[in-house]
Ligand binder design. Structure first.
Ligand code: ATP
Length: 363
């Protein structure tokens, strides 16, 4: 069992250069379930690493309590938390062989040699390192080194694995490969994994649940599917998905229509009940590029194509919709040229509406 609870956690750093304080994590409350793969995602500086370091005990929270398996760990030393952390720079010992790197931590714990050998063999087999055990780190590729760093965590057989951007030093192809390996590893180990990344694709593919953070505050905790389909606010809507969600200023003119500039878009039945108090008011309409079509629909507008990027299986079409730069992601076979006039329509059941002031989801 390894459940982790953040109970009203705040972390404030004292800014020695400028004086004053800086709050890196604000009043975070959530539970990480046993055996869950939970990903923290958000832009640089939003407090992801600080959250991870507080779980590890490397950073002490300013307020609140952290529990691991119902045990309050506020004063438990990092080495007594039964947690292994894998960092982005691997931190391997350059003068030791891979085998020595894998066994070093266990030797320090005065564990029996036969048990160490068995654990090293287990880790090296599941990570495909068997043929590399006698090499030194500099004789390995980036991906292999990353696997050794993982192996060092696995041999310890911890309750919880913490990963801080472990794939960020790898090239794009290797990152995809390691991503798949990590997902498989999670299933095989059946351990609780907490993973930090600023890459939303990594978060969406690996996380069973994702914590989206911005400026120290949790914006939403949900499954990848839910974050995509029901972002809690404009930040999450814009952060998850690529290219990013388009935001268009609009007005709910009646219970039936959303007016965006000169265009009128009918509202999906599911939205109608939620917008009752917004009739006559301005709202923000969020629409993902993949939910704009280059055909007539329930409502449509005529636009001039600024640029069309051909990506093979799909095209990205850039245009201005009532003065707002907008992107549509369409099939690679929908061929349009810059300067061409095209008809666009929004998939009305995919429209997200946000409150203009609070930026929170209306529906
Ligand atoms: P990145 O993706 O860039 O690693 P992050 O989301 O992991 O970002 P954190 O490392 O958690 O961000 O940092 C959150 C904020 O706290 C940042 O603004 C950072 O500058 C600040 N911070 C982190 N550690 C300290 C420290 N020891 N002293 C002062 N400020 C700090």
């Amino acid at each position: 069992m390894a459940t982790i609870v953040f109970d009203h956690i705040t972390k404030t750093f004292v800014d020695e250069k400028r004086g004053g304080t800086f709050t890196a994590v604000k009043d975070a409350t959530f539970t990480i379930n046993d055996k869950e793969f939970l990903v923290f995602v958000g832009p640089s500086g939003c407090g992801k690493t600080t959250s991870l370091r507080m779980i590890a005990g490397l950073e002490k929270q300013t307020e609140g309590n952290i529990y691991i398996d119902d045990q309050l760990v506020n004063h438990v030393h990092p080495k007594d938390r039964d947690i292994a952390m894998v960092f982005q720079d691997y931190a391997l010992y350059p003068h030791m062989t891979i085998k020595e790197n894998l066994s070093f931590g266990l030797k320090n714990m005065k564990i029996d040699k036969s048990i160490i050998d068995e654990k090293v063999r287990y880790a090296s087999t599941i990570l495909g390192l068997d043929d590399l055990l006698e090499r030194k780190p500099k004789e390995l590729s980036g991906g292999q080194r990353q696997r050794v760093a993982l192996g060092r965590a696995i041999v310890r057989d911890p309750k919880v694995f913490l990963f801080d951007e472990p794939l960020s030093n790898l090239d794009a192809k290797l990152r995809v490969q390691m991503r798949i390996e990590l997902a498989e590893l999670h299933q095989r180990l059946g351990a609780t994994i907490v993973y930090v990344t600023h890459d939303q694709v990594e978060a969406m593919t690996l996380g069973e649940r994702i914590v989206v953070m911005n400026k120290g505050e949790i914006q939403q905790i949900a499954s990848p599917q839910e974050l995509y389909a029901k972002p809690a606010n404009m930040f999450v809507g814009g952060f998850i998905g690529s290219p990013a969600m388009n935001f268009l200023d609009g007005k709910i003119v009646s219970g039936e229509y959303l007016q965006v500039g000169n265009s009128k878009w009918p509202l999906a039945p599911a939205l109608k009940q939620k917008i009752a108090s917004y009739i006559g008011k301005e709202v923000v309409c969020g629409i993902r590029p993949e939910h704009i079509r280059l055909t007539e629909g329930d409502g449509h507008a005529t636009v001039t194509v600024r640029v069309c990027e051909h990506l093979g299986s799909e095209n990205l079409v850039y245009f201005s919709l009532n003065g707002t730069n907008t992107i549509a992601k369409v099939s690679g076979e929908s061929f349009v040229q810059a300067g061409e006039e095209v008809t666009v329509s929004l998939q009305i059941d995919k429209i997200h509406l946000f409150d203009k002031t609070s930026q929170q989801r209306i529906g």
